[in-house]
Structures are given as C-alpha cells and as structure tokens.
Design a protein around this ligand. Sequence first.
Ligand code: SAH
Ligand code: SF4
Length: 341
Amino acid sequence: MENIILKAVEAHKLKRDEIVSILADDNINEALFRAADKVRNEFVGDEIHLRGLIEFSNICKRNCFYCGLRCENKDIERYRILEDEIVSYAKNAVEMGYRTIVLQSGEDPYFTAEKLAKTVAEIKKCGAAITLSIGEMDEKDYRLLKEAGADRFLLRIETTDPVLYEKFHPKMSLDNRIKCLKTIKKLGYETGTGVLVGLPNQTLESLADDILFFKELNADMIGIGPLIPHPNTPLKDATQGDFTLALKVMAITRLLMPDINIPATTAMETVNPNGRIIALQSGANVVMPNVTISDYRKKYEIYPNKICINEDESKCRNCIESKIISIGRKISTNFGFRKQI
Ligand code: SAH
Ligand code: SF4
C-alpha cells in the first residue's frame, strides 16, 4: 500500500482500483496525509492564500436535497445584499489585505449576469481578483462576467455518480453540470469544482471516479467537504459525512494534481474543531474567511452549526492568521493563481 502512495507522489497518477484501495485502508492514513503535505510543500510552497468570502444572497431557485438554501425550505429568513453593499464589503476586505474576493450565492434570479457584471467591474477597480460561485448559467452569461473581470469560477460537480446526481438534484442534470464546467474552462476562468463526501449510498468507487474526473477536467481548484445534514431538507436523517474520508479524498487529489489550489473548507472545520488546520497539513493551501457581517452569516445556512457566524470580519482574519502562523506557514500577499508547471 505504501508503494501505491509512493507511486502517486512521484508520478501523480493512480488507477481507479488503487484510489479505492487507499480510501478503503485506514492504516495508511498518516502516510497519505504526510505525502500530500510534502507534495503541497514542493509544488505550491508554504504560503496560504486567504480569499475573502461574500455570501451575497441566500435566495435559490434550486432544490438540492442536502442544502438549507433549497427553495422548498420555508423555515429560513431570506436575504439579498444589494450591489453597493457587496462592493463596500469587498473594499473593506481589500483594505484588510485580501487579494481575492469570492462572491457566492444561491441561484437568485434577481442577480442577472448584467447586474453582477457591473458589480464585478466595480470590485475589480479595487485591484482584487474575483471568484464567482453562483451556480449554473448560459455560456453568454459566463462570458459577460468573464469580460467584466471575473477571474475564477467555482462550481462543484457534487458527485459524478449519475444515479446519485439525479436523485439529489431535482430538475438538474449531471450532463449540464459538466457542460457548464467545460464552458467555464473554455472561457478562460480558473475553474474550481469539488464534491460532497458522505452522500447516502455514495461508494468509495464513486469517490475514486470523482477524483479521476477532477484530473480529467484539469481543474485549477478543488473543494472537498463532508455532507452535514440540514434538519429542513430531505437528507435530515442522513449520517454526517466522515471527516477522515473527506480528508483522504482531498489528500489523494493533492497527490494527483500537485500544483492546484485546494481550500481547507469551512465544512471540514464544522465537523472537526481543528478541521481547517488539519486539512492545511494534509494537502490544502487556501482558506476562505467570511468578510460579511455576522447577521448575514447566520442566515446563509447551507448546513447547520457553521463556524464563525458570530465573529466580526477582522476577528475571523486574525484568528485564522494566528493559527496559520502557529503551524509555521505564511500568509500569501499575491493573488494566488494556479502556478502552471
Ligand atoms: N449555489 C451555488 C453556490 C452555493 S452552494 C452552487 O450550488 O454552486 C455551495 C456549496 O455548498 C455546494 O456546492 C455544496 O457542495 C455545499 N453544500 C450545500 N449543502 C451542504 C451540506 N448540507 N453539507 C455540506 N456542504 C453543503
Ligand atoms: Fe441552491 Fe447551491 Fe444550495 Fe443547490 S447547493 S440549493 S444551487 S445554494
């Protein structure tokens, strides 16, 4: 088994059955995490990129089975941060030292590509890189936003298993999700995707396929998080995704895609109090602290018990900065684009 890990460290390639065997064997976890940490250090260095996250609307027309923002959840107070306020949070974040602003939301029909393009152009004037995480759109809309100055786009595939995908995403299709990702890539965005670990009936084989999909797409960023059941969703009684398994999927991704950006996700920290630091020591090199006010964070309840919902934005940055320094890593002062090798 150690040989398979060694092979991945050297060649950055694994076969499906090799990935499955690593996922299935918990005796090699420490060796896997150490290997991913080493590859991370070698290819992207010790710097950690902080991305300032603005969750600007929790209104969503979709109905994903796992998500608290789904349109059928009536037990949630909806909000929308309007354009000027988004720009003011972005400016504030840039003043705090953030070089990237991530704009994330549900699929809110109010925010047409035209409206968002203006906001993107306004934020660009502050000199920040911009990442969008706003769901599925037509090619012309993705193009408009790219031309307005957006640099990156995050759209998780969630699962590449067609049966699971159709089951948990009513009126959506895996084919269209893949098409969106290919369009995003073609338009020149740095492209991020990722999956949920712990969907009911998800197998290790299916997770191996997910990792191979990341590699085939040549994604520039991969976000992995455990499923956290939300009480007002059809998956309320599901078992919480396993932290260690999510960490393993992330670490194998680092071995196979050594130069990409991998966030230590908020969901990791929600299921393990030290989750982000552990992730940063197992292959991750990015953290996305929230830069909006506490009132909005509470309402952006994709899943319950989200961390830092009562902190203010400068405290959040200070808290994660001191943790990062305590493990001997540095905060990057550059934009943190994928380094091409
Ligand atoms: N609407 C956009 C962006 C917001 S959702 C989109 O869907 O792309 C951002 C991510 O939250 C999703 O990609 C999903 O992977 C994650 N998420 C949603 N519900 C979750 C849950 N219950 N547990 C863990 N992650 C969840
Ligand atoms: Fe909407 Fe995204 Fe949640 Fe799906 S995962 S319901 S698209 S916010």
